[in-house]
Design a protein around this ligand. Structure first.
Ligand code: FES
Ligand code: FES
Length: 172
């Protein structure tokens, strides 16, 4: 899905809004997107509203829940706290990128096998936090697992099963 253009379908902007819009190029899940963004737009809003990548969820919108987690250059980040315009030149991975080939990532399979979700709202963020962990440490300790997932809240309380999924990936 290379070189797509988006972000121009949100109605007629006021003069003030038009003045604060900029053309940006974002690299998301290995594809380049040309998108016209407001300079104050968050990466989360740009992903969801301009690019139709709705896997990252809007929870608290203030950096406290982790529902909006994406990977930026391999590190888990709250996309509600990032300006889209500042992410140019960085490799962004959303949950849509994990199964881009049509096959679920081992992390997604482990989460399903261990029933590590209920409503699923936090699940994309949890999966990406886990992906960042296992990409840098294939055999994390329980403490490392807990630390890696500490920034992602689950209102359904699936923590025990999330940990079980992570432990299985670690070979335990
Ligand atoms: S929506 Fe970003 S941390 Fe809650
Ligand atoms: S599965 Fe519902 S919030 Fe985590």
């Amino acid at each position: 899905m290379p070189d797509q253009t988006a972000g121009q379908s949100t109605g007629t902007p006021t003069n003030e809004q038009a003045a604060s819009r900029r053309a940006a190029r974002l690299t998301i899940n290995g594809a380049d997107y040309a998108v016209d963004v407001e300079t104050r737009a968050t990466l989360l809003d740009t992903l969801r509203d301009d690019l139709g990548l709705t896997g990252a969820k809007l929870g608290c919108d203030m950096g406290q829940c982790g529902a909006c987690t994406v990977l930026v250059d391999g590190a888990p980040m709250y996309s509600c706290l990032l300006l889209a315009i500042e992410q140019q030149g960085r490799a962004i991975t959303t949950i849509e990128g994990l199964a881009a080939s049509g096959e679920l990532d081992p992390i997604q399979r482990a989460m399903i096998e261990h029933d590590a979700l209920q409503c699923g709202f936090c699940t994309p963020g949890q999966a990406l936090a886990m992906k960042a962990l296992f990409d840098r440490e294939p055999h994390p300790s329980d403490e490392e697992i807990d630390r890696a997932l500490a920034g992602n809240l689950c209102r359904c309380g699936a923590y025990v099963k999330l940990r079980a999924a992570a432990r299985s990936l670690a070979g335990r």
